[in-house]
Write a protein that binds this ligand. Structure first.
Ligand code: HEC
Ligand code: HEC
Length: 409
């Protein structure tokens, strides 16, 4: 709970302008809780282990499907970070979706689902010291949370069904778990030899490259041409298939941004120059993600993004346009251009027609030292000076509202 971060607070305070009450409370839940990976003790055939997970991820997450286990992913993920004994003793909670784990029935091979949290008996578990997670019941036959006997590959990752199985007659490797720690968001992958695993990404030819464990693989990539297919699996659940961005995933519009800028930012994330600050949960996911891909794959994403239609992002920020114009013309235009379309010579990206809520978040990150704070990020540091020249939070909104007026038709 002490993890409530400055970034999250910033995000919440700015999102409060556009998000509905429900969406806002989702964001608040997201930053208030603690949790960790819910991991099978035995690695079985998955070198990085199996963790409880859902079908899909980010905007494609399907909470109505039975729960699965998937190759554990490094970092904090909305569908992979759980909490035990919450909201009530014996429950297994998925904070981001406000749902509880439940046995579909008290019988061998029943599926495991997510349900509204309640006092239903099938949501009550007993966490045994042995690592078994037993469904609470007064029957003499005991049933435990288990995984299926066979695995299926998805890209470089593996998945299995979860199931309810007889505790005594099921092999221990399928029924023993490491519970999420109350104060650990990340599983410690350092104990595994990530370097020895197979290529982390399917469909793209070159192996994953930088050796980050737990890459998503590409759910939709099945050996077709890299770029498009790979983008569908690897990027579109967050940035949308159109690459126009998804605000509720905090992932900005990418179309219309220049190749050199997209490439540099992918590398900045991959090399840890961006997205590594305490509390930067969304950016940290992007960082883990970027680190999964080698240079040729990054190039294929960039060329795929270029092939997509550039539709100006919707306007979501309001501010004093004439006050914003004064700031923009005096402080920003020299680098980003009077039309805010960017300037490669000065390494300055396009701002007009891009996601305005993202502009606000980034300006605030620069202002509080969450971007442009890495010693190797000279360009980010330079930009941070000018973000700090904006005198107050209102001026961030004003300058963004002015940039909105420059969006190309
Ligand atoms: C789990 C969600 C997620 C996935 C998957 C993801 N991104 Fe991102 N991406 C984000 C978020 C969130 C940000 C904004 C980070 C921040 O606030 O600093 C971002 C930022 C970016 C940026 C920086 C844009 C800018 O103008 O600064 C680029 C480029 C990018 N992503 C490309 C990609 C590509 C290409 C892929 C697929 C390989 C991808 N992303 C996959 C969430 C994601
Ligand atoms: C000296 C040149 C310079 C000035 C002046 C400048 N910028 Fe920047 N800006 C940059 C550079 C270079 C980057 C890319 C930094 C990086 O790689 O992180 C950048 C990045 C940004 C970004 C991040 C965009 C994205 O998609 O990641 C925003 C937003 C931004 N600038 C807005 C502004 C605003 C608003 C002003 C005026 C208050 C301003 N900049 C003044 C050079 C400048």
């Amino acid at each position: 709970m002490q993890k409530t971060s400055l970034a999250a607070l910033l995000l919440v305070s700015h999102f409060s302008m556009q998000l509905s009450a429900q969406e806002l409370s989702d964001v608040q839940d997201y930053q208030e809780w603690f949790g960790g990976n819910f991991m099978l003790t035995d690695l079985i055939d998955a070198p990085l282990g199996y963790c409880l997970d859902l079908e899909g991820y980010a905007s494609t997450t399907d909470t109505s499907q039975p729960v699965i286990v998937h190759t554990c992913k490094e970092g904090f993920w909305k569908d992979g970070t759980w909490r035990v004994n919450y909201p009530e003793q014996g429950q297994v909670y998925l904070p981001e979706y406000d749902l509880c784990l439940a046995a579909a029935a008290l019988e061998h091979d029943a599926v495991v689902v997510l349900a509204e949290c309640s006092d239903a008996p099938l949501q009550q578990f007993v966490f045994q010291d042995s690592g078994q997670v037993e469904v609470l019941s007064d029957s003499s036959e005991k049933f435990c949370l288990a995984v299926g006997e066979t695995s299926r590959p998805t890209g470089a990752n593996l998945r299995r069904q979860t199931r309810i199985a007889n505790c005594d007659n099921t092999e221990a490797q399928y029924t023993h778990w490491i519970l999420p720690a109350e104060d650990a968001v990340y599983t410690d992958f350092a104990t595994f030899d990530a370097g020895s695993t197979a290529p982390r990404v399917a469909g793209g030819g070159a192996p994953g490259g930088m050796g980050a464990p737990g890459g998503m693989g590409a759910p939709a990539a099945g050996g077709g041409p890299p770029g498009g297919n790979l983008f569908t699996g690897a990027c579109s659940p967050c940035h949308a298939p159109t690459a126009n961005g998804i605000q509720t995933e905090f992932a900005p519009k990418l179309t219309g941004q220049e190749d050199w800028y997209l490439t540099r930012q992918m590398n900045n994330f991959a090399q840890g120059l961006r997205g590594g600050n305490e509390g930067e949960r969304w950016a940290t996911q992007m960082r883990h993600h970027a680190a999964t891909f080698a240079a040729p794959q990054i190039a294929s994403f960039v060329s795929h993004i270029r092939s997509l239609e550039d539709v100006p992002a919707p306007v979501t920020i309001e501010g004093d346009i004439s006050r914003g114009e004064e700031f923009y013309v005096s402080t920003c235009a020299a680098c980003h251009g009077f039309d805010a379309m960017g300037n490669e010579v000065l390494n300055s990206p396009r701002l007009a027609g891009m996601s305005d809520w993202y502009t606000v978040i980034q300006l605030n990150k620069y202002r509080v030292g969450m971007r442009g704070n890495h010693p190797d990020d000279a360009l980010g540091m330079q930009m941070a000076i000018f973000a700090k020249a904006l005198p107050d939070e209102q001026s961030v909104l004003d300058v963004t509202a002015y940039i909105n007026t420059l969006a190309p038709e």
